[in-house]
Design a protein around this ligand. Sequence first.
Ligand SMILES: NC(=O)c1ccc[n+]([C@@H]2O[C@H](COP(=O)([O-])OP(=O)(O)OC[C@H]3O[C@@H](n4cnc5c(N)ncnc54)[C@H](O)[C@@H]3O)[C@@H](O)[C@H]2O)c1
Length: 353
Amino acid sequence: MGSKMKIGIIGAGTIGSVHADAYKKVGDADLVGLCDILPDTLAEKAKRHGIPLTYATHHELLANPDIESVSICVPNNMHAPIAIDALKAGKHVMLEKPMAMSTAEGEAICAARDAAGKVLQMGMVRRQSADAEIVKKAIDDGKLGEIYQIRIRLIRRRGIPGMGGWFTTKAESGGGGLIDIGVHFFDLAMWATSLWNPTRVSAKTYAKFGSPMEDYHYIGMWAGPPNYEGTFDVDDYAAGLVRFGDQATMSFEVAWAANANDEQMLEILGTKGGIKVGGDTVLLTEVDGMLADVKLKYDDKADGFAKELTKFVAAAKGEGEPAATGEQGVVAMKLIDAIYKSSKLNQEVVVGE
Ligand SMILES: NC(=O)c1ccc[n+]([C@@H]2O[C@H](COP(=O)([O-])OP(=O)(O)OC[C@H]3O[C@@H](n4cnc5c(N)ncnc54)[C@H](O)[C@@H]3O)[C@@H](O)[C@H]2O)c1
């Protein structure tokens, strides 16, 4: 372990707190600054996490020359402006998902990173879980053979977050369940399979539960309670088919809300084996001419956020690579943009056009 890197967190909401707790587990990190535009939230969270310096705006935090790296944990519409300001101020940037509101914003962030010569890591924490790591290893070791189909089912029966707040307001979030939770599994699928070339998409998004807001019945709500004076103008369900050239396909269902049981499943089919992330991780394969189900064992106790931030700090210190790159974030944004476009046009579209 070398000298400790001084860190600031911008955005002291739910995930800002998760980062604050996780940085405590990163040996090389010294969390010194916190910023939020809400004074009460800022004061309460700084006290809770024992962070000495507080800032009412990100500009003030970025003006502190001692802070070398920042976690950006604000609503999606502020990702690109704050990430670009931070890179211009010479800070390394850990940017929460989704990368931005659009491909164009994602590309602007990468350009700012290149101009600054600083590190940018995307917050794709799902990759850090032990089941994801063993699935990736099985694929990299050739256990699946040639991969030709991916299936994603990411279903919340009733899981709309922050109803009426920024999550459900397109101008602040860029979209609903698709951009909020879909991005995790699109990234996971492309990272695990190394298929980073989505080419065409046919998809449809729906909004069947969020509007009117008062009719939405639920048990728990992330970032609640609901604000019935607010806005719901985003998707709560999306389904579609993605082509990766003529090599592979990916079918997906992503729901913040649906009349279906909760499920988090990524299934990958190859010529030698098939595997699932979510639930038991079982490799369906053949051994000596017999069909075999190989249950993969792993330690699932590791804290994914602490692993992610440890990799970020190492990368910022020049001792490793970012756990998820800006370029990969841009591919995910291109895919999401194409899904929304396909839904709007009611037809298959080319990714990136
Ligand atoms: N990796 C994950 O699993 C995960 C989970 C949840 C949320 N997220 C992402 O984290 C981000 C924040 O989500 P959240 O659930 O913490 O939301 P939140 O609403 O709980 O917190 C956002 C905070 O940002 C503050 N804020 C808004 N504009 C700001 C600005 N200009 N400068 C400083 N602070 C500002 C708000 O006052 C609020 O306290 C989103 O992009 C979301 O997609 C990631």
